[in-house]
Design a protein around this ligand. Sequence first.
Ligand code: ADP
Length: 668
Amino acid sequence: MDRSRLYRRFRTLLIANRGEIACRVIRTARAMGLRTVAVHSEADRDAMHVALADEAVLLGPARARDSYLNIPHVIEAARETGAEAIHPGYGFLSENAEFAQACLDAGLVFVGPTAEMMNAMGSKSGSKELMEKAGVPLVPGYHGAAQDEATLASAAKRIGFPVLVKASAGGGGRGMRVVNSPAELSAAIVSAKREAKAAFGDDRMLIEKYVQNPRHIEVQIIGDSHGNLLSLWERECTLQRRHQKVVEEAPSPTLNATQRESVCAAARKAAAAVNYVGAGTIEFVSDGKDVFFIEMNTRLQVEHPVTELITGVDLVEWQLRVAFGEKLPLNQDEIKLNGHAIEARVYAENPQKNFMPSVGRIKTWRTPEGGDGLRIDAGYRSGDNVSPHYDAMLAKVIAWAPTREVALEKLNRGLEETDVRGIVTNIPFLSALVTHPAVVANAVDTGFIERELKSLTAERGSASAFELCAAVAAILNEEQKAARKEAHSPWQTFGWMPVGQRQRVFSFRQGQGAEQKVTLRYGNGPSTVSVGDRESVLALAPAADGGFDLTLDGTKSHVVAVIEGHELYLRTRNGRFDLHWVDPFGGETEEQVGEDKIVAPLPGTVVALLAEEGATLEKGAAILTLEVMKMEQTLRAPFAGVLTKLKCKVGDIVGEGVELAEIEPEEA
Ligand code: ADP
């Protein structure tokens, strides 16, 4: 086939995907001067990838089958918008040979390999046959055409137990069974076949030696249409749950330099066997010493950023250059390996409830700033909806450092500073994982997460007095921020009002625990907080990352906090804590303004006046509504009487303790 028909320069790129990968591809395409077209389902009208692209086309209803997987609709979207090329991302249509062919037939450049290459590598049996011929090391096994029970049983016996029975068409760990003894074999084959038939419409099986304490190692490769093929080092993705990757890193901490060279050479050999064009990954399973080919993925992988961080190569840029018909810009010996990178996948799921997906609206989406070795690839923002129709991966947090140890620490910091509210995420689980001593020591195999599930999903420790004080500081910090935003606000800061000593009492609850009180005293002189009978001098200074430095009795400590209504999320030196703020308006002052005056209990904005001057009010009648930190608080008459004066109007920003209205008691 004439390759100039397949790969040529284009100006407009359609991204046939959603979420973080669509956003990530759009960014690079933009940087390369391309016009970008997003496609979306009805559920994704307001999604981030739609907002990022220059144009967006609705494909159809929420169900992937009716939208992102609908080949004619995707091709039509390209036609409509004048897109000349399609990047499939990963998942969805990315490994669909029929789609690659449909693009070609429609005169579009498919950013990826040809349909033939996909077909050659798509089946595990077929690709193993190819690899065997090319001299790539395979797991000892059987991948022949004969599927009768006797053939499979004698193959298993020859290979030696334990064996792995695997669907040839498999993916996502489905249709796979570990078999420990001959007696279990036939039942395992029957059930794996049933699962494979249902999932892939193909029940052909292959049998492999089950590698003990397996590790997953894979090599990034990329080929151009001029016959150049490079490997970009390896990644280790041994931390898996149910054969699905959770944390990935590059380079592998398990291989030495010789093993590294040999696995990369094997991968190049594998890709060369199909004259591969585009980005791809050759996957191997390893017993820690030797590596054995298991399969090839003919697309960009979720975990590609770790490779980018150690090589300095933008893989999407290279994919697009290859699609332009250009030569790869570097030679093999110019691909340098620098430092160590680790990625963690942030999912909308609840590890405490068997990783059940969590759907709904994201109220807060806060991630640390990228840069300085930290990279966040996200597909969601505050206010976005997590739909039950798609994969629950929200983002990837990726860290780079000169050493693995520092990269792990940086990754954990990145995770801890990531706060997502409104839905449940696996972030605390990821933190527990990347700080686990066995992970730090790289003493893991693919079964590690399953074995350690209990400790990795354990409830976190209970908040100490330190966290309670930090919670008060977080509230004060938030109030000060709000006050600063309103430069004309009469209210300054919590601690320096020349009006004598004041006090506020805060109550918090953690989980189902008892209420715990913290008393803040402030005014002239240093501010203090006390929990029980212990009183500490408190100072606080906002930090650049949106958190603050809390100084208690002279010791400074960095705190990250998010306040969402009554819920407080804190990250202190002791870890993560979720606290419920009981009755946020329960603050008391010692110097109460006269009872007949209605005062602002906290700084806020007047959003509604609910009674008129001169009105006769029952005890408890609503007078006005104040919005305090996104919550509405209605101030009511403390006793029956006449509203003699309203001292504010809608829109006023008022400080704590400011008089808002006067009420005269009813004559007895
Ligand atoms: P899928 O395509 O369903 O993801 P793979 O063949 O890629 O299936 O295997 C998924 C995971 O299963 C691998 O990452 C590895 O952890 C494990 N695995 C695969 N083959 C073997 C084997 N022969 N021995 C031990 N573990 C294996």
